[in-house]
Ligand binder design. Structure first.
Ligand code: GDP
Length: 445
């Protein structure tokens, strides 16, 4: 589903992926196209505008995670913003159905999938929560609809209120309420009449039923393929009847993602379930992550960015090991390593990642090294010139004084740092000499 939006966004991000860095202008250009894509996917204008604003302020000024491209980073930001817009509060599938018998009112247009959804939900409550459910059809205009619910009830093993000819919807609702109480049901579901379009009579009827039943949940069933119209329907029903949640049907088809996004943003009502087919099991709780992933069609990129943060430390360590294997370890390497230590919560973390380093961690600690020193040590290295960093042997007394003064430290602190560097460099040379099949090669596999 959502091919249109997904394809469109893919194009935008492909272009962005080829660029080197994520500038403000890049973000603006990309998001202009995202906005068009959203509008084409039937997302309403104010929703698209708000959405873009959120993403823009988030994307601009955000550091691009190393090891992913700027385009990938923007995908992640767009994805997260989609999830946020789509998400309601709490567990979408958790219905308020304590205090038996709890009434659930089902409303929506004819053909939206209301009757099918009523039965699917009844089955779900019975199977997953062990509820005793009674279903009643109030569609007195269409005897076939009442019959349909009775057939579905038999099929899924859920009771339906016997059909009594000549009753109006309010009378049926009252009878359902009484029957539910007498029969010891946990839940009774009222499947109201639908029309092809919203009209005054439809609304009046639903309101009258609502007043009799005093429902705990009023679920609006909307055809997910109808795009912008779906939002209008939802707004209308919510204003006149008051809905507590939305069920989007036909999300198994290749409709546009816009309906879900606008519906959520405009009505503020949580999307509770999605219908994913005609079968009685084809009802799932709404998962914003999944829908956002499908809208973007780039789930793997999102996962990649999430992983990148975790793997970046390992990648850096590997890079350093390769230099070590060649016997290279200068102050830049040390600085890189100290910065990694900071990120990873200190000495233990980093040493733990490198085989054979446990002993050295102890030595380094004995040499007066602690994690609080990290910042200051990095500052000392930053006070060195490029040449000094590449070749610490250059550091004679006058240079040491300059560096210590520049970083607000004593020369003795600098000497400790240099000693640590020498010890580490020695160690690494030894490890590097182990050569092919040695410890380092093993570790790098
Ligand atoms: P109502 O008039 O709103 O009660 O609509 P129905 O429940 O009678 O559904 C109309 C048609 O849509 C039926 O053929 C259903 O099988 C079909 N339908 C309902 N929900 C879904 C869904 O989630 N996916 C698909 N593919 N079909 C659905």
């Amino acid at each position: 589903m959502f091919e249109n939006l997904s394809e469109r966004l893919s194009g935008v991000f492909d272009r962005l992926t080829k660029q080197g860095s994520l500038s403000e202008e890049d973000v603006k250009t990309a998001l202009r196209e995202v906005r068009v894509a959203l509008l084409e996917a039937d997302v309403s204008l104010p929703v698209a505008r708000d959405f873009i604003k959120t993403v823009e302020s988030r994307a601009t000024g955000q550091a691009v995670t190393k090891s992913v491209t700027p385009g990938q980073q923007v995908v992640k930001i767009v994805h997260d913003a989609l999830v946020e817009t789509l998400r309601g509060e709490g567990d979408p599938g958790a219905l308020k159905i304590d205090n038996p018998p709890a009434p659930i009112l089902m409303v929506g247009l004819q053909g939206s999938g209301k009757t099918t959804t009523t039965a699917k939900l009844a089955k779900r409550l019975k199977d997953r929560e062990g509820k005793r459910v009674l279903m009643a059809s109030l569609d007195t205009n269409r005897p076939a609809a009442m019959e349909q619910l009775a057939i579905l009830g038999k099929q899924i093993g859920v009771d339906t209120l016997p059909i009594v000819k000549g009753e109006d919807p309010v009378q049926i609702a009252k009878r359902a309420k009484t029957q539910a109480a007498l029969g010891g049901y946990d839940v009774y579901m009222l499947d109201t009449a639908g029309r092809l379009h919203i009209d005054a009579e439809l609304i009046a009827q639903a309101a009258a039923v609502r007043d009799v039943a005093n429902p705990r949940e009023t679920l609006l069933v909307v055809d997910g393929l109808t795009g912008q119209d779906a939002v209008n329907v939802a707004t209308e029903f919510d204003d006149k009847i008051g809905v507590t949640g939305v069920v989007l049907t036909r999300m198994d088809g290749d409709g546009r993602g816009g309906a879900a996004l606008s519906m959520r943003a405009i009505t503020g009502k949580p999307i509770r379930f999605v219908g994913l087919g005609e079968k009685m099991d084809a009802l799932e709780t709404f998962e914003p992550d999944r829908i956002a992933g499908r809208i973007l069609g780039m789930g793997d990129i999102v996962a990649l960015v999430e992983k990148a943060q975790e793997t970046i430390e390992a990648a850096e360590a590997e890079k350093m090991m390769r230099r070590m294997a060649k016997g290279q370890f200068n102050m830049n390497d040390l600085k890189g390593q100290l910065e990694q230590m900071q990120k990873m919560g200190g000495m233990q973390g980093l040493m733990g990642m490198m085989p054979g380093m446990g002993k050295m961690a102890k030595q380094v600690e004995d040499a007066g090294f602690d994690d609080k020193m990290l910042t200051r040590q990095i500052a000392m290295i930053q006070s060195m010139t490029k040449k000094e960093r590449a070749n610490p042997a250059l550091l004679q007394a006058s240079r040491k004084k300059r560096i210590a003064a520049g970083s607000g430290m004593d020369v003795s602190d600098l000497n400790k740092l240099l000693k640590m560097h020498r010890q580490m460099a020695d160690m690494m040379k030894k490890m590097g000499k182990m050569g092919k099949g040695g410890m380092l090669k093993q570790a790098m596999k």
